[in-house]
Design a protein around this ligand. Structure first.
Ligand code: HEC
Length: 104
């Protein structure tokens, strides 16, 4: 009886771990990681309080083409990311931006 209970707990625990593992693979979490690695230094952690440059909280949430374009080819003081990021990473960054509430 006791060992059976343990087994149930183990199964639940394992399922939970697998679920967490799966969550790490969503575009949003991939985008968040990519953002922390390449963008946060200038645009601020969680896209808040940017050190300098553009507040991504204010980036229009319906302007995907402009986003991909600006990030790919750069804009003024922002370097281009064409040679650094894959298309999937750009898509993931866009997904992450969508997941962050717009600031006023
Ligand atoms: C070296 C600092 C720096 C880094 C790193 C950086 N940016 Fe920027 N970014 C800027 C600056 C400065 C601007 C404002 C450009 C302007 O409009 O003059 C900007 C503007 C933007 C814009 C607005 C472009 C538009 O159309 O108005 C987006 C979107 C953006 N950055 C996304 C990103 C993403 C995504 C990354 C990471 C891959 C990133 N940035 C990394 C400095 C940076």
């Amino acid at each position: 009886m006791k060992s059976r209970k343990l087994l149930v707990l183990l199964t639940i625990g394992l399922g939970h771990c697998l679920q967490l593992g799966a969550q790490e693979m969503t575009p949003v979490t991939v985008g968040e990681k990519t953002y922390q690695q390449y963008c946060a230094a200038c645009h601020g952690a969680q896209m808040k309080n940017p050190q300098w440059g553009f507040d991504l909280g204010k980036f229009p949430r319906d302007s995907k083409i402009r986003f991909i374009d600006s990030v790919t080819y750069g804009k003024n003081a922002m370097p281009p990311w064409e040679d650094v990021l894959s298309k999937d990473q750009l898509e993931a960054l866009w997904a992450y931006l969508q997941s962050v509430p717009a600031s006023m």
